[in-house]
Design a protein around this ligand. Structure first.
Ligand code: ASP
Ligand code: MG
Length: 417
């Protein structure tokens, strides 16, 4: 017998028929003797609709009331799933964040989980063989008693946090794809589903553009060593043998569980990037602070930063990237700080993309990036900026070449089927 968390995203609970399908997945695991806590998202599209209603009511609104509104999507699906399970003869009870409770910080609309009490759920597993159906995405701030939400995509984080709280053997993330791929299969049809990927690699994949799971959920899984299994809810519930250790899907786990580690595991990319180059900034102490201080104060997340050493000891160029959505604001901030920074002019582009190559094996292999530079040059793809870390490197290129670059690197590192 194991203890499982089963998390179902919006497309898995899109309507009553899909909720019935989810209930059959749950029943299969219960019938196999497992203790199960289910975490659900809102029906697909529901949260967007609720967010839109808040904006229509007032473009600037109190985040506490936003949370009161958007948390309702998950309340509906949790209740419906509990009803459906009961109808199939499975004991089930729904739980909202505040009922468990799931305590969070006070940062409405992007709260962080602080503490979860799993005791009641465990007691009910033992005494009543009862399935817990928990709303994803929401929690409660202890001191004020108000409902909070965890930020978009936050039900992944709810699921991992609950898995840690009840000491689950595994956290299954059911979604509309059957696992994590070496890159986006829509761009590279020869992309492969990975059997396993290490927490650190998955964290990079998710941070750098792969949209499978919320980044914070993977951080949390890594900290608490929660094994996460990404799988499809579209696989027929009846076709799956619950006793198999690993049905189709991708296991996200500690690197020590992965026997045959490849040098490169995956390639991520993001087109939502913008580049700002500041020309002829003085090469002296305090200039970087004058640039990035105001950006930070305006809550603009800077990603790549490239600065060269000046030739004449006087001025140099500095390039950085920001999310495309923040480009106009970032540009504004730099223009307003022109006197404090003391630069000549700005060169900017929003038609850029970031392509990242990820793999723990890079720690012990030299020349991984060098081969990418060669392969891209053979395709006449120019590299605007480069950043590296222990287990990844990222290249900034013209957005028009994104697909070609991803495909080229995917076959270079032997990831094609
Ligand atoms: N329903 C929320 C959203 O759409 C949370 C989630 O699905 O993870 O962002
Ligand atoms: Mg999601």
């Amino acid at each position: 017998m194991s203890r499982l968390v089963m998390k179902f995203g919006g497309s898995s609970v899109a309507d009553i028929e899909r909720i019935r399908n989810v209930a059959r997945h749950v029943k299969r695991e219960v019938d196999a003797g497992h203790e199960v806590a289910v975490v659900v998202s809102a029906m697909s599209g529901k949260t967007n609709e609720l967010v839109g209603w808040c904006r229509d009511a007032a473009p600037l609104h109190d985040a506490r009331e936003y949370d009161a509104v958007v948390a309702s999507g998950e309340q509906v699906t949790a209740g419906l799933l509990a009803i459906t399970l009961e109808g199939m003869g499975v004991n089930a009870r729904s739980w909202q964040g505040w009922q468990l409770p799931i305590y969070t910080s006070n940062a409405h609309a992007s709260a962080r989980i602080e503490d979860i009490n799993g005791a009641e759920l465990i007691k009910r597993f033992k005494e009543r063989k009862e399935v817990a159906v928990v709303t994803g995405f929401q929690g409660m701030h202890k001191a004020t008693g108000r409902i909070t939400t965890l930020g978009r995509g936050g039900s992944d984080t709810s699921a991992v946090a609950i898995a840690a709280a009840i000491k689950a053997d595994r956290c299954d993330i059911y979604t509309d794809v059957d696992g994590v791929y070496t890159t986006d299969p829509r761009v590279v049809p020869r992309a492969n589903r990975m059997e396993k990927i290490a927490f650190e690699e998955m964290l990079e994949m998710a941070s750098l553009g792969a949209k499978v799971m919320q980044v914070r959920s993977i951080e949390l899984a890594m900290v608490h060593n929660v094994r996460v299994f990404v799988r499809s809810s579209f696989d027929k519930p009846e076709d799956i043998d619950p006793h198999l250790n690993q049905p189709p899907g991708t296991l996200i786990c500690d690197e020590s569980e992965i026997m045959e580690q490849q040098v490169v595991t995956g390639i991520a990319f993001s087109k939502d990037e913008a580049q700002i180059s500041i020309r002829h900034v003085p090469d002296k102490p305090g200039v970087a602070a004058a640039i990035f201080g105001p950006l930070a104060e305006n809550n603009i997340n800077v990603d790549m930063i490239v600065q060269n050493v000046s030739a004449d000891g006087k001025t140099t160029d500095l390039t950085f990237t920001v999310p495309a959505a923040d480009y106009v604001r970032a540009n504004d901030v730099i223009v307003k700080s022109k006197d404090a920074i003391g630069y000549d002019h700005l060169d900017s582009s929003t038609d850029v993309a970031k392509v990242s190559v990820i793999g723990i094996g890079m720690r012990s292999h030299a020349g991984v990036a060098a081969s990418a530079f060669k392969a891209l040059s053979e395709k006449q793809i120019n590299i605007r900026a480069i950043t590296t870390s222990e287990i990844k490197f990222s290249l900034l290129i013209d957005a028009a070449y994104t697909e070609l670059a991803v495909r080229t690197l995917h076959s270079l590192y032997g990831l094609d089927k």
